[in-house]
Structures are given as C-alpha cells and as structure tokens.
Write a protein that binds this ligand. Structure first.
Ligand SMILES: [Zn+2]
Length: 252
C-alpha cells in the first residue's frame, strides 16, 4: 500500500550498499523507520531531503517490516538554523528527543504541529531557550507525563511556592507529604509559573515572556531530569551542547 505524509527526518544511518535507514516523524503515522533506497548514489533525488530536521513531503510504500521511501519533496530546509552551529545543534537535539522517546506508528498530530511551530520560530526569530523548553514540556505531555502543578499529588492541598517537584509523581508535593530523596527537586515560584505556562500556554506568548537567568536554569535542569526519569534515556546531544558552550561561549 502506498501513502503520502509530511515528515521530519530525525536520523539517518547506513544500511545495505547504497541504501540508508531513515527515522522519520511523520504527520500521519507518527515515528516510522523507512528504507531510502539508492540514496547514497550521487543522483538520488532523496538526498536533498534526508538530513536531520528537514521537513519534506514523502511518498512511502508500506512494507511488512519497514516502509520504503520512494519519493520526497523538500518543504523546508530551515536554512538560517542550518547555517548557525548553535541553532543546528538544538534542532538536532529536538530530533534526538523524538527519536529516542517515540514509539513507532503512533500518530501524534498535535506534537507534530508543535514541532513545526518551534522549528520555524528558531529559524525565523533565532534561538530562544524557552522554545526548546516549550517543546520538551509538550513532548512530555504528549507521552502522558504532563506535570500536575495545581495541587499536592498526595493530599490535594492547593499549590503554593513551598511545594517541591517530585519526578516520580510527576508534579508538585507539599512540604508535609514530601519525602526527601533524589527524585524531589526544589524550584522557585517563578520556575513553577514558567512550567505552568509551558505546559498550558500558547507558543505565541513565549517571545514576550521575561525570565530570570536563575529560573531558566532551574527549568532546564528540571525538564532534563524529568525527561531522563520517565524516558529512561540520556540525551547525548545535551552534553555536546554543554561542552561547546564552555568552549566557544555562546551568547545566551
Ligand atoms: Zn500534600
């Protein structure tokens, strides 16, 4: 059976002779693995579309084990992001997140739209760390880990700034219910508010949001730990970005 779908290339890896395997986040079927036949040949029309974070219109042939990519038309190459090292790394990090966390053949159309928004914004407006955090929060929500931020998860008491974040419970716990341990993180009221905004709010509001550097740091730490806790994965690219930041001092 043939089908068409838009899709983002998450990752490519070598496969038989002139073929490659592509991990693709498609709009219709969610994540799939597809064989790109003959893609290593210089004249292959698929080459232009197969780089990570390319957005393309894809023609696929459904196979018993893997689908076959027969044709592809490039929709967006995100040229501004691609010509900038820091932006490229963050875009590839988003692809890594999806590649490692999504199960195959489960459509996630809302997350697809979010990715489209975030990649376009990074390309057109530049890198805003909140764009990346927004995507992480939305990914967690799509996977069923939307953090509970309105009340204590144990006793239902209404949330206040003395509450802490429990990675295991997936949300806030009050001082009375909180048990000390590795999986409880202290966050400021500002960070709590930010996390609420990222989980519930609209993407369009983000460029106007003012954030203190300390809250941004806390938020990044919290989301990283929360992703690692529930996806049981480490994200290599995050460390690469951290190292690069130390060496070349990116400006944010
Ligand atoms: Zn409680």
């Amino acid at each position: 059976m043939n089908y068409n779908s838009r899709g983002f290339i998450l990752r490519q890896r070598d496969y038989r002779d002139s073929d490659k395997l592509l991990s693709i986040f498609t709009e219709k079927k969610g994540k799939i693995t597809a064989v790109a036949k003959g893609i290593k040949k210089p004249k292959s029309s698929l080459r232009a579309c197969a780089q990570p974070f390319c957005h393309a219109y894809l023609h696929l042939n459904q196979g018993r084990e893997m689908d076959l990519l027969t044709q592809a038309r490039l929709l967006d190459f995100y040229a501004n992001s691609r010509s900038d090292l820091e932006r490229s790394l963050y875009c590839i990090y988003l692809m890594e997140l999806l590649d490692k966390s999504l199960l195959e053949n489960i459509p996630l159309p809302a997350l697809y739209k979010t990715l489209l928004l975030v990649l376009s914004a990074i390309n057109e407006q530049g890198l805003n760390p909140l764009f990346i955090r927004y995507f992480e929060a939305q990914l967690l929500a799509s996977l069923g880990y939307k953090p509970v931020l309105s009340h204590c998860l144990s006793c239902n008491r209404k949330a206040s700034s003395s509450f802490r974040f429990s990675l295991a419970e997936g949300g806030l716990v009050c001082p009375d219910c909180c048990e000390e341990g590795n999986d409880v993180i202290t966050i400021s009221g500002e960070t709590m508010g930010l996390l609420r905004l990222l989980s519930e709010g609209s993407f369009q509001a983000l460029p106007r949001v003012k954030v203190s550097p300390s809250a941004l740091k806390e938020l990044e730490y919290l989301l990283e730990k929360y992703l690692e806790y529930h996806l049981d994965r480490r994200f290599k690219l995050k460390n690469t970005i951290r190292l690069l930041k130390k060496t070349i001092h990116f400006e944010n």
